[in-house]
Write a protein that binds this ligand. Structure first.
Ligand code: GAP
Length: 460
């Protein structure tokens, strides 16, 4: 587990996981780009999720809805009226801060406090900005990004970048239920970008203004909501284990009514102990019929469901498990990061500590590194042929530069579970050496057997 965020951020930048976006122009307020290894890690997380919760289940289907939706969607969902954060501004520097964060930094337990209570606390404490200046009166700030559709920028053309993917599932509920002839309980899943104009983004990729969500809206009979809430909580707990998050760092927290989102009657957050504190990783909410009923009311369209057996007609209730992709990347990296005593040894340099990313194999960006012992022919060609063949099934990297120790070290640092070495004996016995990242064990495997061998270890 990483203790120091700077060490992780530096590794991420150096090795092509995540680095500041638009950096040649000095970056842009907490925008991050995912490099060649970061995008593999992200994709592996998304694929694992989709396989598990959509492909692997009979009761969940997928959707990919438009990112810019009719603004009435946000009126019905309540986001225009209530998706606010409390904000104060430094009167001199005009820097803006989230009031709840500022109060927390001054030791105030804001959990359960209303906006009015937080505002009067500012007066009571005579709170100043971090630079020591006067603050403006607190005000509510809507976090949705606004833009205009088409060339005319007037009030009639205002649209919003979606702050959650979930509304796509709600507005498409009826058409998907009919198209796929779905019976309750069933879920609609979506992976996609969401945008929030966060007042204080930060902590690397933890809180950003552009991020990605994996959300399931699971529709149930109102009488059954508790059963399905517990069911999805168990699946979220299992997911955390399977992506390698230590149980000691994963907490499941019941959210008090005053702290719940406007649509939720019950929420349990999955929180993770990051180096900067215990923070929300995932959410689980009982959204009742809030969204379907609000859309039915504003659109005038029927959102009810007829039970084919009992003929009961009702608006389904919704259990929503939600996962942030970027926070998963961060929690997975924090959990996998380990500094070990030097173990590669033979690269000529003296290292006291080496980094090993103990990523679950299914998430590792590179599954197999193919390393010829020497650049000389015919070793290099042989190794390239092996890499080309393995690439049909797995992400492989061919690397011939530097000593073998240095190359092992490079792969350990990015979490590659297997290194495959082609040596001079390989030309004679048609075998290669496979080294395991975690056990450091080495095995001689026939070149002709490599595909079934790795299929056994990695799956397809
Ligand atoms: N549809 C419900 C919903 O959006 P949320 O708790 O506001 O609920 C769900 O967001 C998840 O999205 C969070 O648990 C977190 O993983 C991720 N998330 C939310 N805001 C984020 C931000 N500013 N940056 C990165 N991830 C964020």
């Amino acid at each position: 587990m990483v203790e120091n965020m700077d060490a992780l951020i530096s590794l991420c930048k150096r090795r092509g996981f995540v680095f500041p976006g638009s950096e040649i122009y000095g970056g842009l307020a907490n925008a991050w780009d995912y490099g060649p290894l970061g995008v593999e890690l992200e994709n592996n997380i998304k694929q694992l999720w989709w396989k598990r919760f959509v492909q692997g289940r009979d009761d969940v289907v997928g959707v990919d809805s438009a990112l810019i939706m009719n603004p009435k969607v946000w009126e019905a969902s309540g986001h225009i009226a209530t998706f606010n954060d409390p904000l104060v501004e430094d009167k001199k520097t005009h820097e803006r801060f989230r009031l709840d964060h500022l109060l927390e930094e001054h030791g105030v337990a804001v959990s359960g406090m209303t906006f009015e209570q937080m505002s009067s606390k500012v007066q009571e404490l005579g709170l100043k900005s971090p630079a020591g200046n006067e603050l403006t009166e607190p005000k509510q700030f809507n976090m949705m990004f606004r833009t205009h559709l088409g060339p005319v920028e007037d009030r009639d053309n205002v649209v919003y970048l979606r702050p959650e993917t979930a509304q796509g599932q709600f507005v498409d509920f009826k058409i998907i239920q009919e198209q796929m002839r779905l019976r309750l309980p069933f879920g609609i899943a979506q992976i996609g970008k969401a945008f929030r104009n966060e007042i204080t983004p930060g902590n690397f990729i933890f809180r950003t203004r552009e991020f990605e969500q994996m959300e399931i809206e699971y529709f149930v009979h109102p009488n059954d909501w508790q059963k399905w809430f517990d069911f999805w909580l168990d699946l979220q707990k299992q997911w955390c284990k399977d992506v390698g998050l230590p149980e000691s760092a994963t907490k499941f927290v019941e959210i008090a009514e005053s702290d719940r989102a406007h649509y939720s009657k019950r929420s349990v957050d999955t929180e993770f102990v990051f180096p900067f504190g215990q923070k929300e990783l995932y959410g689980l909410a009982y959204r009742t019929d809030h969204d379907l009923s609000s859309h039915a009311k504003l659109s005038g369209k029927d959102m009810s469901y007829r039970d084919p057996i009992t003929n009961e007609v009702f608006v389904p209730h919704c259990i929503e498990p939600t996962w942030g992709v970027n926070r998963t990347v961060l929690a997975v990296l924090c959990s996998a990061y380990e500094e070990v005593d030097a173990r590669s040894g033979d690269d000529g340099a003296v290292h006291e500590k080496e980094v090993v990313l103990r990523l679950p194999k299914s998430l590792a960006p590179i599954k197999v590194a193919v390393l010829p012992l020497s650049k000389k022919e015919p070793l290099a060609t042989k190794a390239r042929e092996i890499a080309t063949s393995l690439k049909k099934n797995w992400m492989c990297q061919y690397d011939e530069t530097g000593s073998i120790g240095k190359r092992y070290r490079r792969q350990d640092e990015v979490g590659t579970p297997y290194c495959l070495t082609v040596d001079f004996d390989s030309l004679e016995d048609q075998k290669v050496t496979v080294r395991d990242r975690d056990t450091m064990g080495q095995e001689r495997i026939g070149i002709a057997d490599l595909t079934p061998y790795f299929a056994g270890l990695l799956g397809y």
